[in-house]
Ligand binder design. Sequence first.
Ligand SMILES: [Zn+2]
Length: 447
Amino acid sequence: MLKRLLSLLSAAVLALVLVVPLASADQQLKVFATIFPLYDFAREVGGDKVDLSMLLPPGVEAHTFEPKPQDIVRLNKADVFLYTGEFMEPWATNVLKGVTNKGLIAVDTSTGITLMNEAEHGHTHGKEGAVFEWAGVFELEAGEYVWSFAKVGGEYADLSMKMVIVTVDDASVHGIEENEGAAGGYFSGEVKEVKEGATLEPMKGAYQLAFDHSKPVSAFRVKIAQKGSYVVFTEHMPTEFEAGEHFLKNAKGENVEAKAEEPEAEHHHHGGKDPHIWLDLVLAQTMVDTIAQSFAQKDPTNSSFYQANAESYKARLKDLDARYAATLSTCQIRTIIYAGHFAFGYFAKRYKLDHVSPYKGFSPDAEPAPKSIKEIIDKIKSVGSNTIYYEELIDPKVARMIAGETGARLELLNGAHNVAKDQMTNLSYLKIMEANLLKLKDGLKCQ
Ligand SMILES: [Zn+2]
């Protein structure tokens, strides 16, 4: 009991220490916001009581931004750090570990918001019902290779596992995508059962690999008759069976790495959750509340000032949301043809719109596959659209190419991630969203 009381007491003391209020009432709150929407929300809520800066340089692409040591120095002098969340700023946790300023409060503005993953978008990329967890494409010389599965923590991750090995033309992620459909068919069709030590060869079908439970490692030989590119689909992640040794080796015992794999091993910018919450005018109101609360926590003297600003700003967001709902309920076309990375997932769900985009995932860092571009061209024709939307701050070369093929016209649908330096003062999130409404009304043929 005493122990519990003591720990409660120390938690209370800790809470007091963690939130160090400002030294004096006339001092401005020093605030850093990562991306433009957060910067603009903070500008509305904080007014002249905050000394506000954007952490990302104006105009840079937000998803591929990497902080510099200088950014830690900047945060060491700040009171509040606003970021969107771990899927928009995956680097935030590490940067915050480097910050020694105990007075800083880091605010995840996605707090209280349920993030959607890709499947919830109403538009999937052929992954729906996928029976394989992993695919990798390899460039292999003729010869024998060893694929091994190790017990991790004394157990195999599963009793057995399905695997498909097929020849492809293209040793890139496109080679994987082009064979996903066929591989899915093999996985759900008849399988060839093989025991530990068996030899596997590329074939139009799936193996069922049975592991030997008396051994710490079950190995299979992979026989490649001809030099070329091969894609391997596996029921589980190969790394689930890795206990120190790489899973694929050549005859010399050297590690063989995939040229490309899905899911991507290194660049997990978003880890499958959609970070673009700010484009939903209702979720934006939650973010504004979170920001106002953090300012009030750090600067209680001006708490009612922040609260009042938040309320009046939220009223403007609410008004625009109502106008969006009214306009978008009347559209003849209900599919947004988007040539960029699709940042409008929450937005589209809010107004029951569909969308098509050639990009996978939620970041513009991957080149779209030719197959996805063809899908878009077909979609433009089938929905009778004459407008392709493109994203801000990136040369719309994909959009131009599609426009060239279809005769559709290009319009900017601004995801507001960031703005150019000369627009920092005269542009705002609301102005961007007002312009987007006009563009959508026109392109989707609404009243
Ligand atoms: Zn984005």
